[in-house]
Design a protein around this ligand. Sequence first.
Ligand code: G6P
Length: 368
Amino acid sequence: EQIELDGFEHHMLKEIFEQPESLRMCLGGRIEAHDGKIKLGGIRDYLRELTRARHVIFTACGTAFHAGLVGEFLLEHLARIPVETEYASEFRYRNPIIEDGTIVIAISQSGETADTLAAVEQAKERGAVVLGVVNVVGSTIARATDAGIYLHAGPEIGVASTKAFTAQVAVLSMLAIELGRRRHLGSDDAARHIDELAQIPEKIERILEQSDHIREIAAANIDKENWLFLGRGFNYPVALEGALKLKEISYIHAEGLPAAEMKHGPIALIADGMPAVFVATAGPQYDKMMGNIQEVRARGGRIIVVATEGDEYLEGVADHLITVPQTPELFQPMLTAVPLQLLAYHAAVLRGHDVDKPRNLAKSVTVE
Ligand code: G6P
């Protein structure tokens, strides 16, 4: 096992640090044409149907569900196709509406999650085209779907999913750009998005350099039993994912929320230095986020911020600041998720937990 760990203390940390490479593998060969076209060989036979789709449903569990939520924003924004993201465990029992032009896309790292597989079977029975976004080649969900896009992220062993999330978002980004190009985006626009996507691996390298700094932030707040994670827009699912990561491995209670929802209840929790992690990168909702930060600060919350490099205002406001390189809002989740993975990792290690074998959890849940 030591050799496999390549000198890292845990698989989870190794996999967090592998993300520049796993994303290069995921994007490699698919975005290299420089003409705005993306090669998604696995779904070649379904591209026509996807381009004409009237309704896409992403179905998944856990971290893959959060990737689906980001995918929903991406597909609606770039391809203007209506999308819903459903927990597979809910989709399978809710008598889903599948009509002509509905495409169901199951997202699963392992390809073995029982609820996701059942959702696939349910969608197939109702006559939907069912595609997969799966990491494990030849897995049950990969075989059960009509076609799919593999992540090519390499094996993920840590129970808490990390590199699969960023690869899932990368795949959904490519799908959104390609469908956008086939529907209404100009080739120039598509090429511009591809160029941004290609820069993500290198930008993650810069975030990973802050691992020690993020450990200090975790250490400074390690006695806190309740945390909030807040984001808006494309970073709202990242807030959910940040909270899930912290819960899974550090056993600290955390809640992820769209930042503006705080005023409808959760703000009542804020007192006595409760940590609130804001994903407040540059984008259309930046000013609104500043308002949300002030509300929490005024009530005595501890302000931890993931901001865009060079944000001097937040440097002054935050108790703890983590920065990510600049990238358009729609690709930010692949960057902003990384410091939250590191935060959860360091908090769990500082609390003395076995990060790769968290209590009560399994890498793939093959029972309902
Ligand atoms: C388990 C894992 C999670 C994962 C979820 C879905 O609960 O602990 O990390 O996100 O299953 O797994 P899948 O393999 O379908 O992506």
